[in-house]
Write a protein that binds this ligand. Structure first.
Ligand SMILES: [Zn+2]
Ligand SMILES: [Zn+2]
Length: 520
């Protein structure tokens, strides 16, 4: 995880043109970068960086040198139209600051998404349209500030609802309409209630959200979020079978310790982001047609039998390679014949057991482990690991991770968030020219014209937090990537389960049976 920059963009010098461009790698990173289009062209040859394997040196040391020399693609993007400020995306159009997703149009500030249209500020969502501030939602339309929704329409401040329409502040409902705080209403009384909430004003909106949050906290939750699973210990897992200790994923079978997945995964172990793979082990930010990939990062698109490699596509039988496309039988970016490849690979694996790599903490690395964390192209705070396991500077140092700050640029604000108009209708179009000081972190941010247009269309107040703080708020209620053995909290039930609900956090956690009894 410490190798995966999921959602940050930096400005870094491009090695071909010398110009500063946006990149997933920070300026201080020792890696070299090429602009995506140049990287994908035939104008350069990654094999020209090939090296003979030196059996007197550790493998990891030699890989580290290669990682400093072979240029990486500045951002990982497949097809994208007018979506320059996105990373780890494919098939996106008119998207802005969207990360780790695909097949979406006209979306802003999304992380972990697929098939979304006209959505903003969402995390782990799919097949949704005209939605705002959702966490974990699928097939939703015009839903707001809610989590764990499926096939819902016009929902506000709700959690764990399925097939519902026009509900406000509800939890654990199935196929319901016109409900407020889990109570049924007529169409007329529901509509007049919504009108009375004045959700277009920041003040009344904040009040309404607070009240709904309080109600949701009083409602029980299932010990794991998921649906249509069989034999699963996990969290946010759907349509899966034989899964253990895994977090976020769809259509998975026979996997353990996998996290942040899209869909379609079989026989994988210890793998973070993003799916479409089988037989993957100890790898990160890789997917789509992967088979037999181990100890690798940023590999995609028909890659098989590849070990200790980075940014590989459409290739097979590689060891310790970087940036190769349509290649076979290479070691450290050097081409071998088929038989020589398998001979040298065997020799290297044996050599790795005798010539170890020592990291700065004196920890040793050999064949069978992922790269030492200090070799990551990004520092710990810039990586996904920080989102799941926030560490202090001292802990980052003592664990041997790469130290350093996130490195966000400081810009002077022209207006404080508290000075923004209360009602969206009072916000002039020129507000997009202002540099707003975030209510929480005080860092400056801007709204783009499309964002203002979205808020006006939905009649919602301008958020007073910067996109980064909004993201942090959104994932605050997300369960941690840690497991506890707990007992059902329904009086009289003693059923035990493994759950990612932290026992020190106030939440009413029920077993499957007791939860089903609560669903209205
Ligand atoms: Zn902020
Ligand atoms: Zn129970």
């Amino acid at each position: 995880m410490s190798f995966f920059n999921q959602r940050r963009l930096f400005r870094k010098k491009e090695d071909h043109s010398g110009k500063k461009i946006f990149s997933g790698y920070p300026s201080e990173s020792p890696v070299r970068i090429y602009d995506r289009d140049y990287w994908l062209s035939d104008a350069w040859d990654p094999l020209s960086y090939g090296k003979d394997y030196d059996f007197s040196k550790s493998f990891f040391e030699q890989f580290r040198e290669l990682l400093k020399s072979v240029p990486l693609m500045a951002i990982s993007a497949g097809e994208h139209v007018n979506s320059d400020y996105c990373n780890n995306v494919d098939n996106v159009k008119d998207c802005y600051l969207c990360f780790d997703g695909n097949t979406s149009e006209n979306c802003h500030y999304l992380v972990g998404f697929s098939d979304c249209r006209d959505c903003m500020d969402m995390y782990q969502c799919g097949e949704s349209e005209l939605c705002y501030e959702l966490f974990s939602a699928v097939k939703c339309f015009q839903c707001y500030f809610s989590s764990e929704l499926a096939e819902c329409n016009n929902i506000w401040f709700s959690r764990d609802c399925y097939g519902c329409q026009d509900c406000f502040g509800c939890a654990n409902l199935k196929n319901k309409k016109y409900h407020i705080y889990n109570q049924p209403h007529t169409k007329e009384s529901y509509e007049s209630f919504i009108k009375g909430q004045q959700l277009n004003s920041y003040t009344s909106f904040t009040e309404a959200r607070k009240k709904a949050k309080k109600f949701l906290a009083s409602q029980p939750q299932r010990y794991m979020h998921g649906a249509q699973n069989d034999n699963v210990v996990g969290e946010y897992v759907y349509h899966s079978h034989n899964v253990e200790f895994s977090y976020q994923g769809n259509e998975m079978e026979d996997v353990k310790y996998v996290q942040c997945m899209g869909r379609n995964l079989r026989d994988c172990y210890d793998y973070t982001s993003w799916g479409g793979a089988e037989l993957v082990y100890e790898s990160v930010n890789s997917g789509f047609g992967l088979s037999g990939v181990m100890f690798s990062f940023n590999c995609a698109d028909s890659v098989s039998d590849v070990e200790y490699s980075a940014m590989i596509s459409s290739s097979q039988h590689l060891f310790g390679c970087i940036g190769l496309r349509n290649r076979k039988y290479c070691v450290l970016n050097k081409q071998y014949s088929e038989s020589d490849y398998f001979t040298i690979r065997k020799k290297i694996v044996a050599q790795m057991a005798t010539i170890l790599y020592y990291d700065r903490k004196g920890k040793t690395y050999t064949y069978g482990e992922f790269f030492p964390p200090e070799m990551s192209p990004i520092n710990y705070k810039q990586s996904l690991a920080m989102d799941f396991y926030p560490l202090s500077d001292e802990e980052i140092e003592s664990e041997g991770y790469k130290t350093g700050e996130v490195g966000l640029k400081a810009v002077k604000s022209t207006i404080d968030a508290s000075e923004l108009p209360d009602k969206i209708s009072d916000a002039p179009d020129v507000i997009v020219n202002e540099v707003i000081g975030c209510d929480s972190c005080k860092r400056a941010y801007r709204m783009i014209p499309k964002e203002l247009e979205f808020l006006k269309k939905h009649n919602l107040p301008i958020p007073r937090l910067c996109p980064d703080c909004r993201y942090s708020e959104r994932i605050k209620d997300r369960n941690p990537l840690t497991w506890w053995q707990r007992t059902c909290m329904k009086a009289g039930c003693e059923k035990q389960f493994k759950t990612s609900f932290d026992p020190t956090v106030k939440a009413i956690v029920y077993c499957d049976t007791c939860y089903e009894g609560e669903v209205g």
